[in-house]
Write a new protein. Structure first.
Length: 191
């Protein structure tokens, strides 16, 4: 657990003594013991051992593009606000690895470099092109670059299709994450 203040740390420590590991990522149980204002998650955390990587190329021509060229913005818009927020593609620090159909980018992947040599992967496929294996192809290109750079690939997934892509590439689910914004711990209405 990480917390922004000593007060929040104390609240979380108290909750962790009352709840099991599974309950600590259960929004309803947390709301019973903490002054929860907002929740993001839970998500499953997947990591990849380089020896387990199962690349998927399928003969597709993956291109590497710089993030600021507007092509990703078009894909993010077509995917809709919820999907755009969910995947984090707008926050990548790497180049984007894209597949095109004609002039349109229909799938993209990249990663954001995090502390401790972790590379958090982001993948998005246009809604009308999903279910065709495109996510695996663009993610394979991004993962290859992550591994070549000596970084630890991390995949956070909530939707089942994202979990399936991670597993198809060889990622193993090793935990879960829940982000919680707490209110005033002294306000009985928030408990």
């Amino acid at each position: 657990m990480t917390t922004p203040s000593v007060q929040a740390a104390q609240l979380m420590a108290d909750a962790s003594r009352k709840l099991s590991h599974e309950e600590l990522v259960d929004e309803d149980r947390l709301r019973e013991v903490l002054p929860v204002l907002d929740v993001l998650g839970p998500v499953s955390l997947f990591y990849l051992d380089p020896a387990d990587f199962l690349p998927a190329h399928r003969g597709a021509a993956v291109e590497e593009v710089m993030c600021g060229d507007g092509e990703l913005a078009s894909l993010l818009t077509r995917a809709g606000e919820e999907d755009a927020d969910e995947n984090g593609l707008g926050d990548i620090t790497s180049p984007a690895f894209v597949l095109r159909e004609g002039d349109d980018v229909v799938a993209a992947a990249g990663y954001r470099a995090w502390p401790r040599s972790v590379a958090h992967l982001s993948v998005l496929v246009a809604p009308d092109r999903r279910g065709r294996g495109l996510a695996r192809v663009v993610a394979s290109a991004a993962v290859t670059q992550v591994l070549d750079a000596g970084l630890l690939p991390q995949w956070r997934a909530r939707p089942q299709p994202s979990r399936r892509v991670a597993q198809a590439l060889g990622f193993q689910e090793l935990g879960s994450q829940l982000s919680v914004r707490l209110g005033d711990g002294g306000d009985p209405e928030h408990r």
